[in-house]
Design a protein around this ligand. Structure first.
Ligand code: SF4
Length: 292
């Protein structure tokens, strides 16, 4: 299979032992499976999280480099059948959703696992992605995934290339987002819990205020701002950034974050979450009222 699962479209033949940018082998590699209490508040309780090894982006400031950037990938090699058993086990243990974290580069196998157990899963299935999926991969999620929890990291090619080695990221993320929203439509809640919809995360970066505004404008051109949930994050911490990139070696200022938040409101993103100043502890604070 010539791999085009993500927007990088390396075109390597993984079945023949070739590796692309993500470092993924032909089979699936999973770093960790756990009940995870720190997912977005709209998922409630504890998410049943599956953390996949590797990533098709190369974000310099990534907090998960031991999982995403180590080559060869480290973790459990699972078949779709084995993964499907873990998914039903998470549900039995009380998970409030199935949270598939960075699944894109294993999309074929993950979707095969979902097909095996979809009828048994009564909790929402969340595709938790960096946003660099190919449109075909998102379309293949139809009937299997309930919620897309996607990053939209950059509004300009310059920053996307400098920080994630993906100059086409804004175009690729917009194309993927369009497909996600086409599948889910506007958010649907069961009580406080999101059971269907698209949640867009944007992490404000130090010195990235203008790029963030461009990203928000791009999102607003792609999907109706009032019909998606926006999670505007200020949890950036400089600890994981390389020492030789001074621009990334500080936190985001209140002025930077608030100016991006004002732009979000100006564009009509009235549903979602922002974060308080102490969000390096990942304490999420819902500030915009959910409409139901
Ligand atoms: S999933 Fe990996 S191998 Fe496939 S196109 Fe993306 S980066 Fe390349």
């Amino acid at each position: 299979m010539i791999c085009t699962l993500c927007a990088r479209k390396c075109g390597v033949d993984r079945a023949a032992g070739q590796f692309g940018f993500c470092g993924a082998p032909d089979g699936m590699t999973v770093s960790k499976i756990m009940l995870h209490p720190w997912e977005e508040p709209c998922f409630g309780g504890k998410a049943g999280a599956v953390f996949f090894a590797g990533c098709s982006l190369g974000c310099l400031y990534c907090q998960n480099k031991p999982i995403s950037a180590v080559r060869p990938l480290r973790g459990m090699r699972l078949t779709p059948r084995e993964l499907s058993l873990f998914l039903t086990d998470l549900q039995q243990k009380g998970a409030t959703c199935i949270d598939l974290v960075t699944p894109t580069h294993f999309a074929d196998a993950v979707l095969e696992a979902l097909r095996l157990v979809r009828a048994e899963l009564t909790i929402p299935v969340v595709w938790n992605t960096g946003g660099y999926d190919s449109p075909e991969t998102i379309r293949a999620c139809a009937g299997l995934v309930d919620v897309f929890l996607t990053d939209f990291k950059y509004g300009t090619s310059a920053l996307a290339e400098a920080y994630s080695l993906a100059p086409d990221y804004p175009d690729a993320a917009a194309a993927a987002l369009r497909e996600m929203f086409a599948l889910t439509g506007a958010p649907v809640f069961d009580g406080d819990r999101l059971v269907r919809g698209t949640v867009i995360r944007h992490l404000v970066l130090p010195g990235g205020r203008k790029d963030s505004a461009a990203a928000l404008r791009r999102i607003a051109e792609t999907v109706p701002p009032g019909e998606v949930l926006l999670s505007l994050m200020r949890q950036y911490t400089p600890d994981f950034a390389p020492a030789d990139i001074p621009a990334l070696r500080r936190r985001v200022t209140t002025f930077e974050y608030e100016s991006v938040r004002e732009e979000a409101l100006r564009l009509g993103f009235v549903r979602g979450f922002s974060q308080d100043k102490d969000s390096a502890d990942t304490r999420y604070t819902p500030v915009w009222e959910e409409e139901r």
